[in-house]
Write a protein that binds this ligand. Structure first.
Ligand code: GLN
Length: 201
């Protein structure tokens, strides 16, 4: 069984749990750092990134989340979750968890377009992903190890860096679970190749 958690400090949690469902997946609502150890993968939901960062600090998650990523365990950040993962945030002194080599810009699609829906081509996932954007960030540039998975109007809106996945939109708000299931597959593959599993004799 794979155990995949959703960080539940703030934001949309239930919808992610639903989209992650698969016969071999157990989902976990994560509110305490001692729950991280048992997890094979973790989702950072949308919400408000400044508030989320404050809660990450308040509940002692900062170092444990960085250690989780450093251990090679997959993380999927959506919207505010993507902002938490970025190395650099435009007009802010520094990034939050700084896990992915990319620059992001918050609330990047303009006030008049606070929220909209479109259909996106997402590399390795599908050519017709329904994407809901809500005061969404964009990825303004990426490092060499980051693979761009999707763009909208020339702006990067989904990317992957090895075991780390991030998107500007909210795949949990549609019935289409293919993007989440792509992440679930990343978690399966990571667990199969994890040293503690291959080392068992
Ligand atoms: N605008 C929010 C932020 O900057 C993100 C919005 C979202 O997660 N839907 O944190």
């Amino acid at each position: 069984m794979l155990k995949i958690g959703v960080l539940a400090l703030q934001g949309a949690v239930q919808e992610h749990l639903k989209s992650l469902q698969a016969p071999d997946v157990e989902t976990v609502i994560v509110k305490r750092t001692d729950q991280l150890e048992a997890l094979d993968g973790l989702v950072f939901p949308g919400g408000e990134s400044t508030t989320m960062r404050r809660l990450v600090n308040k509940y002692g998650f900062y170092e444990p989340l960085r250690a989780f990523a450093a251990a090679g365990k997959p993380i999927f950040g959506t919207c505010a979750g993507l902002i938490l993962m970025a190395d650099h945030i435009a007009q802010e002194p520094e990034g939050h968890l700084q896990l992915m080599d990319m620059n992001v810009q918050r609330n990047a699609f303009g006030r008049q377009r606070e929220s909209f829906e479109t259909t996106l081509v997402v590399k390795d996932v599908a050519e017709d992903i329904e994407a809901v954007f809500i005061r969404a960030p964009l990825i303004s540039s990426t490092g060499d190890d980051v693979e761009v998975l999707s763009s909208f109007n020339g702006e990067i809106v989904a990317a992957r860096q090895n075991h780390l996945l991030a998107c500007s939109f909210h795949p949990e708000l549609t019935d289409d679970t293919r993007f989440h299931q792509y992440f679930v597959q990343m978690v399966r593959e990571s667990k199969e190749t994890a040293p503690e599993h291959t080392a068992v004799t």
